[in-house]
Design a protein around this ligand. Structure first.
Ligand SMILES: Cc1ncc(C[n+]2csc(CCOP(=O)(O)OP(=O)(O)O)c2C)c(N)n1
Length: 891
């Protein structure tokens, strides 16, 4: 090693430590001493000395201010690479074919329709990364469950291009890219809902992929530690964009992955230095920033920055001039260099200093132009992937430096606008063909013909052999798992279905139901209770002891409450996932468990119980992705409603989640008032998801208000599931008014019915609405059927059947009015909705219900207002209702 002062100064500059060496001669002595130790006693001895020195320096209070990243070069030195196990020439040719078909797919769709969108530049930058995975690492099912790969969403055309070559997709499929409506089309991004036998993991919303990959890898370990499935040979791969890493979800769970030693997880970040509008870090270096971030979070970091042809340049560079120049080049400039030709690079990069120019003295401009970044070098990528799979104890991130739009030349390579580039003229296509030496004629290029080499040719044989060696095709999605028997309701839910007026809250009932199900010999071990630091809040502390908290490292401390009955028990086979304060993490965990039937062939039943306000509103996009992924499980929103949580105030009181849940097509949402309703819904949901393999999930809100619970009315179960059942009537004769009550406000409505009968001589019928969204869904379907079948006998929806006739309807809920109004347009009668529009606030339940005008008195006034103005005026006066105050949503 060159230890001259000039060189050490260069090295310090290259690593961001310029100007700190005040005594170069002394520096040299130290460096020579180190060099001598390495020569004589070896690496280990040198390392020991360095550690001891560091320890002593720290004792002396000397703390080094070392940049949290390494020099701007490949982590794996060329001499450690070894021999390549594949055929590089064939793989290069295959990669070029993938590139062409992916590009043709996008350009075709846009030539034909001009409005379908799609991306060329991203896959162009990621092709070698994908192909390295496909040819050497991504293991498919093999009957034991394969790897799970989160693909960068807008690089989907590359995955389709490969599936086309593999014979899994036809030319017709490719021609129908982004035209899904007529069938036989291909989704824009990975969408299991729309391509259920193909895509496993939805990644279209940036940030969801990275956090989901981490919790998926964690869930694999959970399954293994609990003895449910052997996942030891399986990995989770995630190919993500460098721009995508700015999403909070992308980085929010990195430390969990390191803390739980997830060496079954590899991220490959495609660092093409660009995102959509421009550079990811024009004035900085995203790769160095990501290295600092990931290594700080405890990950193993492998940088793949320079291709093999740079190795000889580094070998010639005795003065670290390359590293120095790299360190001084911001990403914005790398992008410009990437967009320009060899001459420009010679002048503007190598021309910066004589020693830099000397390194490339013998090279032509064309050779300089052909220098590749590491992420486009199959060989460099292979050794990085391999090192990741061999690394033990920590997850690995591979930071692969690429060029956005690689190979697109002037039509896109490293251009600011490349992300939006969807059309290429014939000249550009021909240049692309030539650039990658594709055996496609001019006419075929102009026609954007897809290319598949002969079935018996070298490429196709290689492609098939590689995938056969890796267990088959990927991605491929399993659609079902063995059914899990659900116990009969009476065996575990008697306390709820025959409650006989016993007081409890529905949250308490939910916890009791789950606790009882946990004891079921078949289903019990498949239940995955999940909390985000709210187990005590929801009365679940008994589960700590009963089933244990999942902690792969066990419990290496004596818990403070060790002597108590319900002590905080952590165990490697703990069943409860205690996620801490991360709703996003908890939801990602829930999704991993809720899709385990598909990803692992093991049906699990997750119950994630959380503050309902921090669900659909806070992590709604993760819920949307779970829906896309055909999740099966329960989300328990506690606490229901805007007035039930009393003192908690504005940001905690939920009056809107049911409106959002109603818009998720496969989410079945309920707001039950009674424990018996809850039990029936739970039973129905479990049977659907676990026995009938229905791709739906349940959102159920439960509340913390304790009151007398009735037994399940005879024959009500079916209607409870459909969304509404008749509770009874007050007064005699035909009802003059129908009262609908839901969730926390049902009891106010029941009381109002009594008041109407006794105080106003008005007969009313009362209905418990367990789900306005389910009622609306069926009513919508019925309405549509009737519209399209005008000459057939009219059908009636459930809500229409129960609410036939003209008597006015008053519906009251603890949610915003838009929730009950979901059904209003399907009914003939006048419909008044009472709800909790506006910001929540702290106060008692009674005060809040009065504020939002959902008390029994308000229900009475609303009912009377629909019947008789005089009586309404009288009731307003009698109940002292302030009619001149501002409405709740303006206060
Ligand atoms: C949550 C979210 N926000 C915005 C987008 C739109 N979008 C799609 S790709 C993209 C840029 C991605 O950049 P990067 O991650 O660097 O990947 P590249 O395409 O450069 O490889 C954006 C903003 C999205 N898909 N998801």
């Amino acid at each position: 090693m060159d230890t001259t002062p000039a060189n050490t100064a260069n090295l310090l500059r290259a690593t961001g430590n310029a100007g700190i060496d005040t005594d170069p001669d002394e520096t040299r002595e130290w460096l020579e001493a180190l060099e001598a130790v390495v020569q004589v006693a070896g690496h280990d001895r040198a390392l020991t000395l360095l550690r001891l020195l560091e320890e002593q320096a720290q004792q002396r209070g000397i703390v080094a201010n070392v940049p949290p990243y390494s020099a701007y070069r490949n982590t794996i030195p060329a001499e450690q690479e070894g021999s390549y196990p594949g055929d590089l020439a064939i793989e290069e040719r295959l990669t070029s074919i993938m590139r062409w078909n992916a590009l043709a797919m996008v350009v075709r769709a846009n030539v034909a329709y001009g409005e379908l969108g799609g991306h060329i530049g991203s896959y162009a930058s990621a092709a070698e990364i994908f192909e390295t995975g496909f040819n050497h690492f991504f293991r498919a099912d093999e009957g034991r469950g394969g790897d799970l790969v989160f693909f960068q969403p807008h690089s989907a055309p590359g995955v389709y291009a490969r599936a086309f070559l593999e014979g899994r997709l036809t030319e017709e499929h490719l021609a129908n890219y982004r035209q899904e409506v007529g069938g036989r089309g291909l989704s824009s991004y990975p969408h299991p809902w729309l391509m259920p036998a193909f895509w496993q993991l939805p990644t279209g919303s940036m940030g969801i992929g990275p956090i989901s990959a981490i919790y998926q890898a964690r869930f694999m370990r959970y399954l293994a530690n609990r003895g449910i499935a052997d996942t030891s040979h399986r990995r989770v791969w995630g190919v993500f964009g460098d721009g995508e890493m700015d999403e909070p979800e992308s980085v929010g769970a990195l430390t969990l992955a390191a803390r739980e030693n997830l060496d079954n997880l590899t991220f490959v970040i495609n660092c093409n230095l660009q995102r959509l509008d421009g550079p990811v870090r024009g004035n900085g270096q995203i790769i160095q920033e990501l290295e600092a971030l990931f290594s700080g979070a405890g990950w193993n970091v492998i940088k793949v920055l320079w291709g093999s042809d740079w190795d000889k340049l580094f070998a010639r560079d005795g003065t670290h001039s390359l590293l120095r120049a790299f360190a001084e080049t911001p990403d914005g400039e790398y992008q410009t260099l990437g967009a320009k030709d060899g001459r420009y690079n010679l002048e503007h990069f190598f021309g910066r200093a004589p020693e830099l120019r000397a390194i490339v003295e013998e090279m032509s401009e064309a050779e300089i132009d052909a220098l590749r970044r590491g992420g486009h070098d199959l060989r460099k990528l292979y050794f990085a992937f391999r090192a990741a799979t061999l690394h033990r104890g920590r997850p690995t991130v591979i930071l692969a430096k690429t060029k956005k739009g690689f190979g697109m030349g002037e039509a896109g390579e490293s251009r600011m606008t490349v992300h939006q580039q969807k059309k290429l003229d014939v000249e550009a296509l021909l240049r692309f063909r030539d650039r990658f030496a594709l055996p496609i004629g001019d006419a075929e290029v102009a026609a954007l013909a897809f290319y598949r080499p002969g079935n018996d040719g070298e490429e196709m044989r290689y492609l098939r052999a590689r995938r056969a060696a890796l267990g088959g095709a990927l991605p491929a999605r399993r659609r079902s798992a063995s059914a899990v028997a659900v116990p009969v309701l009476q065996s575990y839910a008697q306390f709820a279905v025959a409650a006989q007026g016993k007081e409890m809250s529905t949250t308490m009932a939910a916890v009791r139901l789950v606790s009882a199900l946990l004891k079921d010999p078949v289903l019990g071990r498949r239940i995955v209770p999940i909390v985000a630091d709210e187990a005590r809040t929801f009365g679940m502390a008994n589960l700590f002891r009963q089933i244990g908290i999942y902690a792969p490292a066990g419990q290496q401390y004596e818990p403070e409450d060790a002597g108590s009955m319900l002590y905080y028990r952590e165990a490697p086979d703990g069943q409860l996932l205690e996620e801490g304060i991360t709703e996003a993490g908890a939801l990602a965990s829930w999704t991993a468990a809720a899709t385990s039937y598909s990803a692992h062939g093991q049906a699990m039943l997750p119950f994630y119980i959380y503050y309902s306000m921090f669900g659909f509103q806070r992590v709604g996009d993760l819920i949307w992705a779970a829906a896309d992924q055909r999740a099966r499980g329960f989300l328990l929103g506690a606490t229901a409603g805007r007035t039930t949580l009393g003192g908690e105030g504005l940001q905690h009181q939920d009056g809107s989640s049911h409106v959002m849940a109603a818009a998720v097509p496969n989410c079945r949402a309920y707001d039950p008032a009674f424990a018996c309703e809850l039990a029936v819904i739970l039973d129905h949901g479990m049977r659907g998801m676990l026995e009938r393999q229905a791709d739906e999930f349940y959102y159920i809100t439960v509340m913390n208000e304790s009151y007398a619970q009735p037994s399940l009315p005879e024959g009500a179960a079916e209607d409870i599931v459909r969304g509404m059942y008749r509770l009874g009537a007050s007064g005699t004769g035909a009802a003059q008014v129908r009262l609908l009550g839901s969730g926390a406000i049902l009891r106010e409505v029941m009381a109002a019915a009594e008041m109407l009968a006794t105080e106003w001589n008005v007969r009313s019928e009362v209905f418990s609405v367990t789900s306005f969204s389910e009622l609306a869904r069926e009513a919508r379907e019925t309405e549509r059927w009737n519209r399209f079948h005008p000459q057939q006998e009219r059908r009636r929806s459930h809500v229409e059947t129960l609410l036939a006739g003209d008597a006015p309807i008053v519906a009251a809920t603890d949610y915003v009015r838009a929730y009950p109004q979901l059904v209003a347009s399907y009914l003939r009668s006048p419909f008044t909705a009472l709800g909790t529009d506006g910001f929540g606030r702290s106060d008692t339940r009674a005060a809040l219900r009065s504020f939002f005008e959902v008390t029994r008195e308000h229900v009475v006034v609303a009912a009377l207002a629909a019947l008789s103005r005089e009586q309404a005026a009288e009731a307003i006066a009698r109940y002292g209702i302030d009619t001149e105050c501002e409405p709740s949503w303006l206060r």
